[in-house]
Design a protein around this ligand. Structure first.
Ligand code: URA
Length: 209
């Protein structure tokens, strides 16, 4: 309960440092997020169930473990979550993908839903929610609340950066959902940005600023 997996692998930390630099190009920022997505996919799938299948090696027959990638659904919180997706899919290519569209009301910082699309039979699937910035936590709370209505088998939440306030808010509402994050930064500023942070993740991924 209230589990936080802090992904401290040096490769992840190194790439995150590069991403934080304000002069990093859109191209480089996106590529680094892609690479971190792959590395964090290893962490988030660490306890994924496997089943044994019979295969033939060049020498003999054996029972060997496989995962059923189709049972995993990556749930992208638009739009910054998209930046994480390709790296995750490279590691789990058979995964299904769902999308949740939320925007933050700039005055109240409360999340408002505008899009929701999941694969069928969610009760058979392990959901991995992707949202690089766990800031106030309001959109993460709303996304997981909505996702829970589809009754997935399990839910994990993956962020690149988290603010302590966002983590607390998230786990106050969803203590059962483990969070995977590469860093827990100092605090939020008065605009709801994570500091020191890396700025607006969506703008930096898509070059929209
Ligand atoms: N969303 C972002 O993209 N960056 C922040 O710092 C907070 C929310």
């Amino acid at each position: 309960m209230r589990t936080v997996h802090h992904v401290t692998h040096p490769l992840v930390q190194h790439k995150l440092t590069l991403m934080r630099q304000k002069d990093r190009s859109t191209n480089s920022f996106r590529r680094l997020l892609h690479e971190i997505g792959m590395l964090m996919a290893y962490e988030v799938t660490r306890d994924m169930p496997t089943s044994l299948v019979e295969i033939e090696t060049p020498l003999e027959t054996m029972q060997a473990p496989v995962i059923d990638g189709k049972k995993t659904v990556f749930v992208v919180v638009m739009r910054a979550g998209d930046g994480f997706l390709d790296g995750m899919l490279e590691v789990v290519p058979g995964a299904r993908v769902g999308h949740i569209g939320l925007y933050r009301d700039p005055k109240t910082l409360v999340a408002v839903e505008y899009y929701f699309k999941m694969p069928h039979s969610m009760h058979e699937r392990d959901a991995v929610v992707l949202d690089p910035m766990l800031a106030t936590g309001n959109s993460a709370v709303a996304a997981v609340e909505r996702l829970k209505e589809t009754r997935p088998k399990s839910i994990r939440f993956v962020s690149l950066l988290a603010a302590p306030e966002g983590l607390k808010n998230f786990h106050d509402h969803h203590p059962d959902v483990p969070v995977y994050t590469a860093a827990i930064d100092r605090q939020l500023d008065e605009h709801g940005y994570i500091v020191p942070g890396l700025g607006d993740a969506g703008d930096r991924i898509f070059g929209t600023k």
